[in-house]
Design a protein. Sequence first.
Length: 268
Amino acid sequence: MSLTDRSHPNQAFPGEGSNHLPTGTMQAGMLIRFSEPVPYAEAWTIQKQLHQDRTTDKREDVLLLLEHSPTYTLGRTTKPAHWNCGGKTLRQTGANLHSVDRGGSITYHGPGQVVGYPILKLSRYCSGPKQYVRKLEEVLIHTLLRWGIEGYRLEKKPGVWVRWKLADAKVAAIGVRIDHGVTIHGFALNVDLDLSPFSHIMPCGLAQCPITSMAEVKQSALSPSAVAQQIAQEFSRVFNIQWMDLSPDIMEREQHCHSLASTSSQRT
């Protein structure tokens, strides 16, 4: 996926102005924010149900914002060389390991990293996957700018980068999938987390890929919940969505009902 080389926050972004889809009334969407780290398997179950509901128009567009308990995820392009240490070593760090159907290679998720999973009907907002990725990057770049951090793109390397220790360092990863016209998976912004788990892997399959965080760049502690709120605001602006907050407790009850219904149908 070819991306413009080092596009800066004060430059025009594809998706703004005349290229913005749609140009009229704001779309309605649901925002679900979790206050405690969520195991990856649990979040994936929620994503799949939301994706199915959106595909069948049972629900409006949704953005999940959360942190994960320590987890390595292996995307579709992951190769053995990207995690030479092997699964046993990774699990010894206390992290779980999951193979996933998103684009991209291996990455790490953990507390202090804000993860966003947009479940959107893509045609409402973008002309295609390439513009969608650029809009996600725009959301993250403008969120960083609120903290005085200049983020940018690198050609053929989806995600957001910053200058750190005289090098391009990755501060946000993006890995998405479009299925039946609806988005799934999403992005991860390193806010204030332990970066050592990245040292065991080749992040995103890139041999030279320094990883940093907003806290490391600012040399001060940051609140992931405050950054998550800003991501929601920037997402609303870039995608022209009006959020309605939905409690995670409601989602958990819905998941429980779905599970009971599935069990009941299997018994009959």
